[in-house]
Design a protein around this ligand. Structure first.
Ligand SMILES: *[C@@H]1O[C@H](CO)[C@@H](O)[C@H](O)[C@H]1NC(C)=O
Ligand SMILES: *[C@@H]1O[C@H](CO)[C@@H](O)[C@H](O)[C@H]1NC(C)=O
Ligand SMILES: *[C@@H]1O[C@H](CO)[C@@H](O)[C@H](O)[C@H]1NC(C)=O
Length: 532
């Protein structure tokens, strides 16, 4: 779930202008950060993108619940044997194979951008947890570990259909349940009796836990990072948590910073209601069309998710670029804000951030009708995750009055998200769908065994995850990482990672070793620092 680029260059293609269409942040848990058109390219059959990692395709069933339906499609996966002992002599390999236990670690794919070979080398997913643990077990214990990453159906190049991938009749085959059965069938075919551990973060973290819940005969243990396990229609808690992040001094936030956001959006809330100010706002915020502010639903696009296009959930305390984290944004904003005109500091920040993004020259289109139209196009990539929110999980990050949302309070009502479900997919029973998901998997009562849940205290998604106030049932282990944003510990280890992030990786390593029957205290050279 990396995101959250909520504004997307779309109209540019239609009218030949540089412009950016604002779409609401229906925030994928891991958001689609790029509008890669990789699905339009011919599918490579076997490309090796890295000497260590193979990109491969697996013949997968389309519908795991209709056994008469034998249609198949090609699902992408990545494989690396870099933590498997290589033997030059085949007979030696065979004899070794027979005596030594083999392990398979699976990085579960989700709703993010297309996977590539980096998923088994150094990506934000599965590095600090899965690869770190695998390297340790291989180097210190001589354990053979086969590394896999499996892309989720309807994302990246794992498209069940060859054209118009995302029409409603095709999206019927997109669900977490189908995806779990994809993974189960894949494991059954690939694992060859190896002991399997699954890993994932965000929505894939949820899937990782569910794989162990549903298929304990195939999956020995699961690590589930930053997983929003309680499907929720109206996720008010998300922006409340963002508000708390902005005030959190440990992250470099402050109450002054939060106040600039709240006051600034409150001032804008008044200014947009007065047409005399629309020209000024259009200039300050680089809007393409002054008149767009005459429509309530366009104003929702403008204020409901904040006028600043940034992604608080990805806070990286050690980043070095300008305005790259909460501390730097708050410093700049507070020093710039003038009492009574906080909105102007927000406008400055909005322009500055846009300048450093790819859409530097664009103006911003606020056009709700056009947004709905775009989201209804059969080839629109956003439709996969939106479909899953409408049919399964909700997770709508509203911004309502009387909350601590730091943006335009009242300007992101639930109705906005429900309208998308209605118009783009003809789905009207979203609340029921969300309930059904919790009934199916258990939500906070997910009664699994051997699932380790890890969450960050400063991650807005933790409000729907297992956490100290809401530990997993059945005495399952969980670990709360102080100060951490959205699955920060699954990123590749860096020298700047603080003690809590390092500790989270150690907790994962030790728990997996314990489940697999290794004794941390009796390893050859145990205690040697691992580096990836
Ligand atoms: C898996 O284990 C079963 C029973 O132990 C054995 O018969 C079978 O050959 C094994 N399969 C592979 C692929 O190793
Ligand atoms: C948006 O579409 C609705 C329904 O089609 C229409 O009533 C409304 O006038 C449109 N608004 C704009 C600004 O085009
Ligand atoms: C929308 O769904 C309803 C039933 O849920 C159905 O009767 C109607 O035909 C659908 N409309 C479209 C345009 O598919």
């Amino acid at each position: 779930m990396q995101l959250h680029q909520y504004a997307v260059v779309l109209l540019a293609l239609l009218v030949g202008l540089e412009s950016t269409l604002a779409i609401p942040r229906f925030r994928a848990v891991e958001v689609l950060s790029s509008r890669s058109s990789s699905v339009d390219k011919p599918k490579p059959l076997h490309t090796t993108s890295s000497p260590d990692v193979q990109e491969l395709y697996f013949t997968q069933y389309l519908d795991h619940f209709q056994h008469q339906d034998t249609r198949t499609w090609q699902q992408r996966y990545f494989y690396s044997n870099k933590f498997v002992q290589k033997y030059h002599d085949d007979s030696m390999k065979e004899s070794r194979r027979q005596q030594a236990a083999e392990y398979m670690f699976l990085c579960v794919g989700g709703e993010g951008p297309p996977l590539d070979a980096s998923v088994l080398i150094d990506s934000v997913h599965c590095s600090g947890d899965m690869l770190y643990t695998a390297q340790y077990l291989h180097e210190i214990w001589n354990v053979n570990i086969h590394l896999y990453a499996l892309e989720h159906r309807f994302y990246g190049t794992s498209q069940p259909f060859s054209e118009d991938y995302y029409t409603n009749d095709k999206l019927r085959y997109l669900s977490s349940d189908q995806a779990l059965h994809d993974a189960a069938y894949f494991l059954q075919q690939q694992s060859q009796n190896a002991t399997v551990v699954t890993f994932g973060a965000s929505y894939p973290g949820y899937l990782s836990a569910l794989l162990r819940l549903k298929f304990p005969h195939l999956v020995s243990a699961a690590v589930s990072s930053s997983a929003p396990v309680q499907a929720t229609l109206n996720m008010i808690s998300y922006n409340d948590a963002v508000g708390a992040n902005l005030q959190n001094e440990q992250l470099g936030g402050s109450s002054a910073c939060y106040d600039v956001f709240v006051q600034g959006h409150d001032q804008l809330n008044h200014l947009v209601r007065q047409p005399d100010y629309h020209g000024l706002l259009a200039t300050e915020f680089q809007l393409c069309d002054v008149d767009s502010l005459m429509e309530t639903k366009n104003i929702q696009l403008f204020l409901g998710d904040g006028v600043i296009q940034w992604d608080v959930q990805r806070n990286d305390p050690a980043c070095t670029d300008e305005l790259c984290n909460i501390a730097k944004v708050c410093d700049a904003l507070v020093s710039r804000a003038v009492q009574g005109a906080e909105w102007s500091a927000l406008a400055w920040l909005s322009r500055t951030m846009r300048l450093s993004s790819i859409s530097a020259m664009d103006c911003l289109v606020l056009d709700w009708n056009e947004t709905l139209h775009q989201l209804s196009q059969p080839r629109e990539e956003w439709r996969s995750w939106l479909w899953q929110t409408c049919t399964e999980v909700g997770y709508y990050q509203t911004c309502l009055p009387d909350t601590n949302c730091p943006y335009g309070r009242g300007w992101h009502p639930l109705e906005q998200d429900l309208e998308i479900c209605r118009v783009a997919f003809n789905i009207t029973n979203v609340a029921n769908n969300v309930h059904a998901t919790n009934n199916r998997y258990g939500g906070y009562d997910m009664f699994a065994t051997r699932v380790l849940s890890v969450t960050g205290t400063e991650d807005p998604w933790t409000t729907l995850a297992f956490r100290p106030e809401h530990p997993p049932p059945n005495h399952q282990p969980f670990h709360s990482v102080p100060g951490a944003s959205h699955h920060y510990w699954t990123h590749p280890p860096k020298g700047t990672d603080d003690i809590h992030i390092q500790r989270a990786r150690q907790v994962i390593l030790e728990q997996v070793m314990d489940w697999l029957g290794f004794d941390m205290n009796h390893g050859e050279d145990s205690g040697v620092a691992v580096k990836i």
